[in-house]
Design a protein around this ligand. Structure first.
Ligand code: TXA
Ligand code: MG
Length: 356
């Protein structure tokens, strides 16, 4: 299949589109409406979108990604109220939506019958997200249907945070790729499931449990799979949590210990193996200058959680491109706003942590 690649002019913060952009987005909307696939930018990661009312279109997503059939898709709507078209919406949803939507936040509720089981992987619930990225919003508006969209990567690989990543994975497999530049946050949305008057956190993201409770008074229960490895026979609340995920081709391991010990460990590994890469913050990389080319930079320091999160998936892909067979990075904190980064790194490494 020939994939149309279109680059949005200007940056993704604007919500006024020039005529050329509007026409391209109009075309993208028509592709979605008529059952095709369009990859598009969001503030979290790039999504691979299809008409959420069309079961055949949803199945095309699974095929293009090589996605396991039991992993449900998130449905993207323009405004929080649009959730009512596709889900039975309890009041607590509006308390959450008022604070966190549009934004990097997804809520799971009981689905209405208009959403086919092909979208929800046979579940009776549907995940609803209302993105804030202007290009994503314009696409939903012009499609005139809700858009089912997982991250636009081949299943198991790191999620795409730039159009180049999407092109690497999806060129020839989808009808159109819209290039809207780099994603603002770089990690996927926070996913919560409503459970009476509290919510269960299924996937951590930029909206933290602390933010939810502070801003809405709603209690958040963190599901086990967020921090811990599930036993083989345990069933996670979110099917995606059990699948191998975010993995680079190389063996990826995390290192825990004092800053000094971590640098010595990196030095030893980089010396021993020419095909070894380290993901480092700028302050760590100062001490590893002689390994330039095999040091992939995240943020300024471990405290720079925003930049470290934004860069993680791109860094894993860059490390793979060096031909590395081993990648090391230091284990981030699992507290506060670092929980999402911790969750992605621990899963990308298949829970491989080396104490030094
Ligand atoms: O930021 C994001 O959420 C991005 C952008 C494109 O919006 N999308 C994304 O989708 O990350 P995906 O498919 O890569 O991850 C969706 C996660 C999976 O872990 C899936 O199992 C879970 O949400 N999920 C979706 N629907 C669910 C449901 N009904 N019940 C439980 N978990 C659900
Ligand atoms: Mg994904």
């Amino acid at each position: 299949m020939e994939t149309i690649i279109y680059t949005i002019s200007g940056n993704d913060k604007r919500d006024i589109f020039c005529r050329r952009d509007s026409e391209a987005l109009q075309k993208a909307g028509e592709i979605i409406r008529s059952g095709g696939l369009v990859a598009f930018p969001t503030e979290t990661v790039y999504g691979l979108g299809a008409n959420a009312f069309n079961p055949q279109a949803a199945l095309k997503i699974y095929e293009a990604k090589g996605r396991p059939a039991d992993n449900p898709l998130i449905v993207h709507v323009l405004n929080p109220k649009d959730a009512e078209n596709i889900a039975y919406v309890p009041d607590i949803y509006y308390t959450l939506a008022e604070k966190f939507m549009p934004g990097p936040f997804t809520v799971i509720m009981e689905k209405k019958s208009v959403i086919p089981y092909e979208v929800t992987a046979k579940l009776d619930s549907v995940a609803v997200r209302c993105p804030q990225n202007p290009t994503a919003r314009k696409l939903i508006e012009l499609s005139q249907v809700p858009i089912a969209a997982p991250s636009a990567n081949i299943s198991g690989k790191p999620s795409p945070t730039s159009a180049a990543h999407v092109i690497d994975d999806m060129n020839g497999r989808v009808d159109m790729i819209i290039d809207g530049g780099e994603c603002t946050f770089g990690l996927e949305s926070t996913v919560v499931k409503i459970d009476g008057d509290r919510v269960i956190l299924l996937r951590p993201g930029t909206v933290t449990p602390e933010m939810i409770t502070e801003q809405t008074g709603i209690e958040v229960v963190i599901s086990k799979a967020v921090k811990e490895e599930l036993a083989k026979n345990e069933v996670p609340l979110s099917p995606g949590m059990k699948h191998k995920h975010y993995s680079p081709k190389a063996k990826f391991s995390l290192v825990s210990g004092s800053d000094e010990n971590i640098i010595s460990f990196f030095t030893e590994k980089l010396n021993k193996n020419k095909n070894c890469c380290a993901l480092c913050c700028e302050d760590e990389s100062e001490k590893l200058q002689q390994y330039k080319g095999r040091i992939i930079i995240l943020g300024k320091s471990k405290d720079d959680v925003g930049e470290n999160s934004k860069r993680l998936f791109a860094a894993l892909r860059e490390a793979d491109k060096t031909g590395a067979d081993e990648i090391y990075a230091s284990l981030p904190s699992s507290d506060g706003d670092s929980l999402a980064l911790y969750n992605r790194m621990i899963r990308a490494s298949a829970h491989t942590v080396i104490d030094v």
